[in-house]
Design a protein around this ligand. Structure first.
Ligand SMILES: [Mg+2]
Length: 242
């Protein structure tokens, strides 16, 4: 019987922020503009505010993409007069998708699961844009160690909905009791596992862990990849693995 490890992607296996930071620097510098930590922090804050407006329906996707780079242009040194914010946005998205950054120890942990836990199958479950997720996974070599990828954009449903997990399990052909969800987010990964009645590991827990464990029905917590591997090994063993 297979054991299915369902890994969240961002801030669990890959560092989304590090990719974003790197890609923004590459694109701005390629266009003769300055770049600093401050510019990145401003970009993040502005981006977050614009996504909220987009979700409320007050601005379009194109406006969001245009305005976030108009803001960046205002903040960085260099000649921005001839630059098209939408074109820069496209370059940024493309650059980010080929610049995946692994969380420290992520690749080793995934390899250890594949080689050390019998009948293990590793899948990635992520909310987001398919090109971005797939590209970043491939650029880190992580793709060689996983059995599949479920991106909300492809599925039309997202974590934490039960429908998302039901669809993943159906496509894998896995019974729920053979699956374990590993992720850093309470509101998408842990709540999703609870909604779908799956076993869960909260990776890199923080804050009031005790109340979170109760609220989300979390089975295990792991503060490092070593601890995670230990837990997953025991979980698999309890299900007849080695
Ligand atoms: Mg995450």
């Amino acid at each position: 019987m297979y054991r299915y490890f369902l890994f969240d992607l961002d801030q669990t296996l890959l560092d989304f922020h590090a990719s974003e930071y790197k890609a923004l620097g590459i694109v701005l510098k390629a266009n003769g503009l300055s770049y600093s930590d401050e510019i990145y922090q401003d970009f993040k804050a502005c981006n977050k505010a614009l996504w909220l407006e987009f979700e409320k329906g007050t601005i379009s996707r194109e406006e969001l993409f245009t305005r976030r780079f108009q803001e960046v242009f205002r903040r960085c040194g260099g000649d921005t007069a001839k630059l098209d914010p939408l074109k820069i946005n496209e370059d940024f998205i493309r650059t980010m998708s080929v610049n995946g950054v692994l969380m420290d120890g992520a690749l080793e942990c995934v390899k250890k699961i594949r080689n050390g836990i019998a009948d293990s199958r590793i899948f990635i479950i992520t909310n987001g844009v398919t090109m971005n997720a797939r590209g970043r996974i491939a650029s880190t070599g992580l793709d060689r160690y996983i059995d599949g990828l479920f991106v909300s954009e492809d599925l039309g449903v997202a974590k934490p909905s039960k429908a998302y997990f039901d669809l993943c399990l159906k496509q894998i052909g896995a019974p729920g009791e053979s699956c374990i969800v590993i992720g850093d987010s309470l509101t998408s990964d842990m709540l999703g596992a609870k909604n779908a009645s799956l076993c869960s590991v909260w990776f890199m827990p923080e804050g009031d862990t005790e109340s979170a464990i109760k609220t989300y029905g979390i089975d295990y917590c792991a503060s490092s990849f070593d601890e995670l591997y230990e837990i997953l090994g025991r979980w698999a063993e309890a299900r007849g693995g080695r």
